[in-house]
Design a binder for this molecule. Structure first.
Ligand code: IMP
Ligand code: MG
Length: 178
């Protein structure tokens, strides 16, 4: 796997420091509130595991799985819910946990879908943000790192379902996908 990586952007150690900071902010902001943390599968599964352990207030967790129709490396904007939440979110504070916000199409769809269920609030924590690629106006309240417009893998992010288990975030060599 290592041979397919152009550059390591964030090491395992750097990631830990940043995730702990995000956990502190979330703990501070939601103290005394009923918070449901919702991980978006599959990309967010590793970040979600680290983030919830960095949150020091009582929370509940759930997951959703979504997929966008169409080509594998480009979001089409049409999102399909493959697995939904277990319970109602009416009146509850919801925090969506994403691996990366790219065009923003997936997130926009998710925020609208969850807001239609009458929660107390819906906010977003993404590990990575590629602002240059944004096509719709969505913003994450909590954001680990802004990243350049490169194809990134590791720490949950995949290319063709591979590389998710790399403990760091790396830029995938172009020759691997072109
Ligand atoms: P969006 O709807 O374009 O914002 O797409 C978000 C989804 O695209 C993420 O949840 C990822 O699954 C995927 N994605 C976007 N950029 C990358 C990348 O650099 N590496 C791996 N997956 C990515
Ligand atoms: Mg994904």
């Amino acid at each position: 796997m290592q041979k397919d990586i152009e550059t390591v952007l964030f090491s395992h150690e750097q990631i830990k420091v940043r995730v702990d900071e995000l956990g502190d902010s979330i703990s501070r902001d939601y103290r005394g509130k009923d918070l449901l943390v919702v991980g978006i599968l599959k990309g967010a599964f590793i970040f979600m595991g680290d983030l919830v352990r960095a949150i020091k207030i009582p929370i509940e967790t759930d997951f959703m799985a979504v997929s966008s129709y169409g080509a594998s490396s480009e979001s089409s904007g049409v999102v399909r819910i493959l697995m939904d939440l277990e319970k109602s979110i009416e009146g509850r504070h919801v925090l969506i946990v994403e691996d990366i916000v790219d065009t923003g199409l997936t997130l926009k769809y998710l925020i609208e879908a969850l807001n239609s269920r009458k929660p107390a609030s819906v906010k977003v924590c993404t590990f990575l943000d590629k602002p240059e690629r944004r096509r719709v106006d969505v913003k994450a309240e909590y954001n680990g790192y802004e990243v350049p417009d490169e194809f990134l893998v590791g720490y949950g992010l995949d290319y063709n379902e591979k590389y998710r288990n790399l403990p760091y975030i790396g830029i995938l060599k172009r020759e691997v996908y072109s």
